[in-house]
Design a protein around this ligand. Structure first.
Ligand code: C2E
Ligand code: CA
Ligand code: CA
Length: 526
């Protein structure tokens, strides 16, 4: 390219040079000392040729340099535009997370002794009212209007700030303030929350947005600023997940939890494969006779470094990554095999996740589990929760009916823990309704809640469903619940989840003795 340019630049000069050379050659051919008319004509011609060549060349160079200048200007504008687009968000004109990270780094370096640097992560989208389908234009208008509101908040606080679009679903705000400015991180978070209490107005309509906020602070110039931003993001993720608090300050425990979650997530699939997740069994009792009538299988996982991990920790992870299907069937099959060895009338309850229930091979898997274990379908109860019903009511009801027709019992788990619409009790023929520990505890303490429990007991009786109370912990609770007419229960008062051998030893000692006698009898044979 450079060579071509050089050639183009020198081309007119070559013509001029040629004209000059031709003139000089003509002069050289003339006889020396003769001042003829022809010589003068040639001299003038040569001077003219030189002049013309010079003019052409100068004009050419001028034109070329103008084009190059224009091109350079265009290129610079394009580069600037590209940089702007790469570094800024289209909808709001705010800088993006990459530039934001640089600004935070720069601000941290210049931090003086009494200054605080606060990074606030504001998540707007996770709190869009559910079911709202915004057009992109409306989304963008809302983002732009929200940007103005947040700028307004920061301006009013009279602090040094930098607002950006975050890599996630909202905004990042960096604020630097002095001790004597009377500002604090919770104040900033509150000011942002307050400004969104009213609907956000845009030309395309108004919307109520309720932001989730996470923040992290630093007072040291040697703070790892990428970590500071991550901490604020971790706090906002925490606020979104728990949905209990709309504003959450970063705490080191969050990072520990995240690290643990990562370990658990990474180890779960192979633990399921290796059969390290196994069922324990919680006994279920007839409250009036005091006799055990069934057990509930509850998954347990022993991790070589972390020890026992609660299903409350690994079941949601398994549900999130799809591992729940293989885990659920393994728990079902193992528990069917183990309970099959206990006395004939003991029933087995197993939790069935929504993913298992909605999988195409649910009937085949169930049949296989029962066939392989030898447990009759009539001894098995499958527990589903309200959340399962809410996922796809009609489809869930159809599958549950197929399962009932196959001979297994169906139980509604955790009733009274969520919204618990009474219609769920009557829309399907439940074999059992399990009252969640929270409702049972409330009913023991509060007369109004007792009336609700009585209502549920009445509906269950009309519908021909058994009622089982979960989480009975004290004798007092048991007595009140029995007075209310509850006949079945499980809870720590009677026994927590335990290994099948402990169920056998504690509740079927004769059977255990018999088995031992049989083993010792065999060992004594010659
Ligand atoms: P869940 O099905 O409601 O199980 C009852 C939970 O309450 C169990 O917790 C049990 O240990 C606990 N519990 C029992 N009695 C008492 C009591 O008196 N007081 C208190 N405070 N708690 C009591 P766990 O074993 O930690 O299981 C938690 C949840 O994990 C289960 O709640 C169930 O939703 C889920 N889960 C456990 N195993 C499985 C499984 O194999 N598959 C599926 N899909 N979910 C499972
Ligand atoms: Ca359950
Ligand atoms: Ca339950």
């Amino acid at each position: 390219m450079r060579f071509e340019r050089l050639l183009k630049l020198l081309f007119p000069a070559l013509w001029g040079g040629l004209a000059l050379a031709a003139g000089l050659a003509a002069l050289a051919l003339l006889p020396a000392g003769e001042d003829t008319k022809l010589t003068r004509i040639l001299q003038h011609g040569l001077a003219l040729a030189l002049l013309i060549a010079a003019v052409i060349w100068i004009r050419h160079v001028n034109a070329r340099s103008k084009t190059w200048k224009n091109r350079a200007r265009e290129n610079a504008a394009q580069a600037q535009d590209l940089a702007l687009r790469l570094n800024h968000d289209n909808a709001t004109g705010l800088i993006n997370h990459k530039v934001f990270a640089e600004r935070v780094r720069a601000a941290a370096t210049g931090l003086s002794g009494n200054q605080t640097l606060c990074v606030v992560s504001i998540d707007l989208e996770s709190r869009w009212p559910s079911g709202t389908t915004f057009t992109t234009a409306k989304d963008e208008a809302l983002l732009a209007a929200s940007t103005d509101l947040m700028r307004h908040v920061a301006d009013r606080l009279e602090v040094c700030y930098c607002l950006a679009r975050s890599a996630g679903k909202g905004f990042s705000l960096m604020v630097a303030f002095d001790e004597d400015q009377g500002v604090s991180a919770p104040d900033i978070a509150k000011a942002i929350t307050d400004v969104f209490l009213r609907p956000v107005q845009t030309a395309l309509g108004a919307s109520l947005i309720s932001p989730v906020i996470g923040y992290a602070v630093s007072n040291t110039p040697d703070q790892d600023t990428a970590e500071l931003i991550n901490n604020a993001n971790l706090a906002v993720a925490n606020a979104s997940e728990t949905s209990r608090w709309r504003t959450v300050a970063y705490k080191p425990i969050m990072r520990e939890e995240l690290d643990r979650r990562t370990i658990v997530e990474n180890a779960l699939s192979s633990a399921i494969e290796a059969n390290d997740c196994l069922p324990h069994f919680q006994p279920q009792f007839n409250l009036t006779t005091g006799r055990i009538y069934g057990v509930e299988a509850l998954a347990r996982w022993y991790h070589s470094d972390l020890g026992w991990i609660s299903p409350l920790e690994f079941i949601p992870i398994a549900e999130g990554n799809g591992d729940i299907i293989s885990l659920g069937w393994r728990i079902l099959e193992t528990s069917c095999s183990e309970v099959q060895l206990l006395p004939g009338d003991l029933s087995l309850s197993v939790n069935l996740s929504v993913a298992q229930l909605l999988s195409d091979d649910v009937m085949t898997m169930l049949e296989e589990c029962l066939d392989r274990s030898g447990l009759p379908a009539s001894r098995l109860k499958l527990e589903v929760t309200e959340a399962t019903l809410m996922s796809d009511l009609k489809r869930v009801q159809t599958i549950l009916n197929e399962l009932r027709a196959f001979g297994v019992g169906i139980s509604l788990d955790d009733f009274g823990a969520g919204y618990s619409a009474l219609s769920y009790l009557t829309d399907f023929h439940w074999d059992e309704i399990k009252i969640d520990r929270s409702l049972a505890t409330r009913a023991v303490k509060d007369a109004k809640q007792r009336e609700i429990l009585k209502l549920v007991l009445g509906i269950a009786e009309t519908m021909g469903s058994e009622v089982m109370i979960e989480g009975i912990e004290t004798v007092e609770q048991r007595d009140i619940l029995v007075d209310l007419g509850c006949t079945r229960g499980q809870g720590y008062l009677f026994g927590g989840p335990m290994a099948i051998d402990d169920i056998s030893t504690l509740f079927f000692p004769e059977r255990q003795r018999l088995a031992q006698a049989r083993i010792s009898g065999i060992s004594r044979l010659p």
